[in-house]
Write a protein that binds this ligand. Structure first.
Ligand SMILES: CC(C)(COP(=O)(O)OP(=O)(O)OC[C@H]1O[C@@H](n2cnc3c(N)ncnc32)[C@H](O)[C@@H]1OP(=O)(O)O)[C@@H](O)C(=O)NCCC(=O)NCCS
Length: 244
């Protein structure tokens, strides 16, 4: 594929994905996320030719003009669309498939612990919302979506949607996934919930299951019912005057 047709391909994919884009000329002139990808293609070629310093320098020039910091060693697929550009960081050993969309502030980074392949692999047709952090040598399966502001620390299966900190699955193959077990969310708060639930269960056992759980918010509900009844009486009284 010639350079010209690749650029055209990139521009057309933006026109398809961004309803705000109106013409090829506008996309060419006003989308720094695309310039960042084009500059990366050159710096990546320099990196591959072992011209490491010129490659790093060029990527820094790209960062200055676009706000996108892509390490020249990163491997990017076709038609990557970085919308709004600013603040995106893509690490050295990251691999990004075809037709991936990401918004401003996304980081495909390392955890700071590993060497070698230490950045994520993002498969084809993945969507990553703004300010999401995808960290470590993990894989985001194809057609998956990462919610804005999420922190993804483990593999995401294909055709899934993940959200939250740390990210958990909310949709898989089009079906809603509901979390019923706090073990499924691996954060310090869920550990406290698990410990609390175990303690409540233990206390219930000690009570011999005889204690009748009080109706939650019973007093508030009674108050609300009385108030609604009062409103209803007033409504009837007012309606008596209607039509006179
Ligand atoms: C992740 C996303 C794609 C999911 O969209 P969706 O399929 O319509 O999902 P829903 O709105 O049905 O949300 C499913 C659940 O996830 C929660 N959720 C959705 N996005 C979330 C997010 N970013 N962070 C935390 N929770 C989120 C919803 O509250 C809902 O939970 P609930 O049912 O318990 O209330 C979307 O919410 C998102 O984050 N898009 C990114 C948009 C973006 O980056 N825009 C930048 C424009 S400049």
């Amino acid at each position: 594929m010639s350079l010209f047709s690749r650029i055209r391909d990139d521009i057309d994919s933006v026109l398809e994905r961004d309803p705000a884009a109106r013409s090829r000329l506008e996309v060419f002139l006003c989308y720094p996320g695309l310039w960042a990808v084009w500059i990366h293609r050159i710096s990546h070629a320099l990196w591959g030719a072992k011209l490491r310093l010129p490659a790093r320098l060029l990527s820094q020039v790209g960062r200055f003009y676009t706000g996108v910091d892509i390490h020249p060693g990163a491997t990017l697929g076709r038609r990557l669309f970085i919308d709004h550009a600013t603040g995106v960081v893509i690490g050295e050993t990251a691999i990004v498939g075809d037709d991936v969309t990401m918004y401003q502030g996304v980081t495909l980074g390392g955890t700071g612990k590993g060497h070698g392949k230490r950045h994520p692999t993002v498969c084809d047709n993945v969507f990553i919302g703004n300010n999401a952090n995808v960290l470590g040598n993990i894989t985001i399966g194809e057609n998956s979506r990462v919610g804005a502001g999420s922190v993804v620390l483990s593999d995401v299966p294909p055709d899934s949607t993940v959200v939250g900190v740390p990210a958990h699955i909310v949709y898989r193959n089009g079906q809603r996934v509901l979390i019923t077990d706090p073990h499924d969310i691996k954060d310090p708060l869920s550990d406290s919930l698990i410990a609390l639930a175990a303690r409540v269960e233990e206390l219930e056992k000690q009570l011999g299951g005889k204690a009748q759980p009080a109706e939650p918010f019973a007093a508030e509900e009674a108050e609300r019912t009385a108030y609604r009844a009062k409103l209803e009486r007033m409504r009837q009284y007012v309606s008596m005057g209607e039509g006179i």
